[in-house]
Write a protein that binds this ligand. Structure first.
Ligand SMILES: CC(C)(COP(=O)(O)OP(=O)(O)OC[C@H]1O[C@@H](n2cnc3c(N)ncnc32)[C@H](O)[C@@H]1OP(=O)(O)O)[C@@H](O)C(=O)NCCC(=O)NCCS
Length: 147
């Protein structure tokens, strides 16, 4: 694919705040939370540009031998074109390079698009957290062995 994955920079923050609101509504991270993803312990915030705009982003935390995918989002107008897959591949590469042996994430059991993306990347269910989300939906904990 032609889109380039790169590290987020402070000037990307307004676009990321807007994407968060669009994608996650009441659960959206604010600018301070996103800024902490730029330089927090073990954090890496990746973005994909589409023309001059940020079209997708993913936030990862690597602590010890575990990598957590904290967020991944694609502009609704650009979903279904492989951006999520490209970002997830970059997250896996980063996690491996940072020494992680496992990638873990939580996803709503009803999030069909995300489950399709993760399943294609080889992530498998390792646990289920019942009623984890505010609306009572279960969270699936998915994992991928990186070693
Ligand atoms: C999940 C998300 C990141 C996927 O990004 P994307 O760029 O559309 O992903 P891709 O184009 O690489 O692949 C999407 C896959 O989901 C499938 N898909 C898309 N919409 C779907 C839907 N409503 N139901 C089922 N599958 C769906 C696509 O067919 C594709 O699978 P395939 O390649 O096997 O056909 C994106 O949908 C998104 O931002 N969702 C809102 C935020 C979110 O839920 N993030 C994850 C939880 S933190």
């Amino acid at each position: 694919m032609s889109e380039q994955v790169r590290d987020a920079q402070p000037p990307d923050l307004p676009a990321l705040v807007a994407l968060e609101r669009t994608l996650f509504g009441a659960e959206a991270w604010d600018e301070a939370s996103l800024r902490a993803e730029l330089d927090g312990p073990g954090r890496r915030l990746l973005v994909v540009e589409d023309g001059p705009r940020v079209a997708a982003y993913a936030s990862t935390m690597v602590l010890g031998d575990v990598a957590d995918l904290l967020r991944i989002g694609v502009d609704p107008a650009r979903q279904g074109r492989g951006l999520g897959g490209a970002l997830l591949a970059a997250v896996v590469d980063h996690a491996r390079a940072a020494g992680a042996h496992r990638l873990l994430l939580e996803v709503a059991a009803t999030n069909a698009a995300a489950l399709a993306l993760y399943g294609r990347a080889g992530l498998v269910e390792v646990d289920r957290r019942r009623g984890y989300y505010r609306d009572g939906v279960d969270a699936l904990v998915l994992g991928l062995a990186l070693a």
